[in-house]
Design a protein around this ligand. Sequence first.
Ligand SMILES: [Zn+2]
Length: 298
Amino acid sequence: MRIKILMIGIFILTMLLVGCGDEEKNSDKETEKNSTKTEEVAKIPSVPTDDVIVDDNFSNLQLSEVNKPVFDRHTIWERQEAGLPMELPPITEYTQGKVAYLTFDDGPDDKVTPIILDILKNYGIKATFYVCGNMVETYPNVLRRIYEEGHAIGNHSYNHVYKELYPSTDNFLKQISYTDEIIKEVIGVRPLIIRTPGGRAGMWTPDYEPLMTACGYVEHDWNVSSEDATSKKPNPQEIIQLIDQQTNKELKDGAAIILMHSTAQKANTAAALPGIIKVLVDKGYNFGVVTPMTPQPW
Ligand SMILES: [Zn+2]
């Protein structure tokens, strides 16, 4: 009998110990989960010193400097839900002297974009990256680097597929606002500037403009092209020459908005970049980032 009681006692004790062990393991898992969460939160970078985060009513939107990227903490749907204005107030465009805006579309990627970022860092120049939502999903760390290094970021749709973007303004807005959410998840803010895939001379029709304006987006095309996405496939020297030729004439408001691309296939663009910068510096250009205050190129 005593042995039986002892056996039961040992059995209960063992169960209790095993139970405690499991509980400890569970709490370890919890701690692990919590620390992963903390890491995820910590990954959202702090706002770079030169950036402007618009206030709820966009009252701090006028800028006198050309190299301060502008972002919003709210997506358009968050603004709508909170009863905040979505449309921007009337804007005075920045037109002081010759300003070159280096813009890179279709990225980010993990091959060419980092090279471009290294070059820009070496020269101390800020540029503008019009990114696609699906690329940001694939390369969030590269977007984070673009932001942390003080460049401007614009929205270039989710997937760049014309037949999905251009049947209707609704389709277009869905891709733009969804891309905002993806960008905000990575850097904590979203852009106010967009560039429509293919440009306004492409499949963008006059219907798109009022909707974008009502939602507070400002679209910028370009007036100087590197032609790095055309069938010409220019080599680095040809890219430099193309940009040189197009910046010889006087451009509207002194603004050279230069179209380039930063995807894995655009190694020639990265190779041309130091030469492009030299050509522009020699012509007396300063460098700026695209904001809602950047003059329209045409
Ligand atoms: Zn594009």
